[in-house]
Design a protein around this ligand. Structure first.
Ligand code: ADP
Ligand code: MG
Length: 356
């Protein structure tokens, strides 16, 4: 038997292989409406209710760096990224379980600070922390959050369901999280250099971080768009398909299109890039559009709606129409700001944990 390194098939290749192993148990449960493959698993609770459930693991040195991440921000983010997946189903969050693996030398006060952030976010989103699990860790901090939410079968929005001619809409702005990450990584390098040289903390770094507070906030303290789910509920809007942007617009639009069996055509000039991200990108001599398209971790919602419902979202100042759903055969196209149309399949993809 020959062994294959995971990096050869990537994160999504691995999940696909694992889902084949677990398919038989899932098949035995007809009330399981969606298993592996959407932002949440979905099962029927009764005639008029469905439960949505998600889980996310945050790993030190992979998802966060304790040198640049305050513990209460980390706690808040751990909750927000899960609420974002619940919102992506057009559902509202109910309960969360928190599991942590902690290095034994970590101060108790740091873990308490993490939990203050968790509790603050939970209260803001109206969900309850109902339990969890605790373990020691030989290498770094791990935080796993599992969360349940609820909606009705009529309001449920899946990744599949986008139809030919539907409008492709995005909430808020993109690129902010990647801009914030670049600033924090530069700050980290400066801090390490200063520590090595026994120099005092450089105040200039701090001043720059304040100048770009919004981008840093996007990275450290993303907010799940539960306000948009409220808006949908008030206006009676049910997206034909929806996903949250965690891997990057191009990658997540790819997930939505694959599940829906459709293509997409988006217009780069319509993509709402965070203005501050443009300034940061200039400093780093990088492209803010590229950050918006492939950066990830912005936790905005990407959804589709029939054209006839355009008026319902047109007036919302935080929803932008960026393109249209096309036939599957047309693939995923992007018309750039110079009017050139390029195939998104050829662009750098979103984050893959095992990509080489
Ligand atoms: P998201 O970015 O929305 O959190 P992921 O890309 O992490 O979604 O996961 C995609 C799908 O794969 C989800 O339905 C998730 O439940 C499933 N999944 C991911 N990892 C595993 C795993 N190790 N075992 C089973 N299912 C998994
Ligand atoms: Mg998601």
């Amino acid at each position: 038997m020959s062994y294959k390194p995971i990096s050869e098939i990537g994160e999504f290749g691995l999940i696909e292989r694992l889902s084949k192993i677990t398919a038989p148990s899932a098949k035995k449960r007809p009330e399981l409406l969606e298993g592996i493959g959407d932002d949440c698993a979905v099962w029927q609770l009764g005639e008029s209710e469905v439960q949505v459930v998600t889980t996310d693991l945050l790993t030190e040195h992979v998802h966060f760096d304790l040198l640049t991440t305050p513990m209460h921000h980390l706690g808040s983010k751990a909750i927000s990224v899960n609420v974002s997946d619940i919102c992506a189903m057009n559902a509202f969050p109910d309960y969360a379980l928190i599991s942590i693996a902690v290095p034994p030398k970590m101060p108790v006060e740091m873990v308490e600070e993490l939990y203050r952030g968790i509790e603050h976010a939970a209260s803001a989103y109206g969900l309850a922390i109902a339990g969890g699990d605790t373990s020691s860790s030989p290498s770094g901090l791990f935080i796993s959050v599992s969360m349940t939410g609820r909606t009705t079968p009529e309001q449920l929005a899946l990744r599949k369901g986008a139809a030919l001619g539907d409008l492709i809409c995005v909430t808020g702005t993109l690129g902010g999280s990647t801009a914030g990450l670049h600033l924090l990584q530069r700050e980290r390098a400066t801090m390490i250099e200063q520590m090595r040289n026994n120099e005092p903390y450089n105040k200039e770094v701090m001043a720059e971080l304040q100048e770009y507070a919004e981008a840093i906030r996007c990275h450290l303290l993303p907010e799940a768009r539960i306000d948009i789910i409220d808006f949908f509920s008030e206006e009676g809007i049910v997206p034909t398909a929806m996903i949250d942007i965690s891997d990057g617009l191009v990658a997540d639009l790819g997930h939505l299109c694959r599940r829906s069996g459709v293509g997409a055509h988006i217009d780069e000039s319509r993509i709402p890039v965070l203005p501050e991200a443009r300034a940061v990108a200039e400093e780093f001599q990088q492209d803010a559009f590229d950050w918006a398209l492939t950066g990830g971790e912005d936790y905005q919602l990407l959804f589709t709606l029939p054209k006839s419902q355009y008026d319902l979202v047109a007036a919302h100042r935080d929803i932008t129409v960026i393109g249209e759903i096309t036939e599957k055969e047309e693939g995923m196209l992007l018309t750039d700001i110079f009017g050139m149309t390029i195939d998104m399949a050829e662009m750098k993809r979103g984050f893959d944990h095992f990509a080489g």
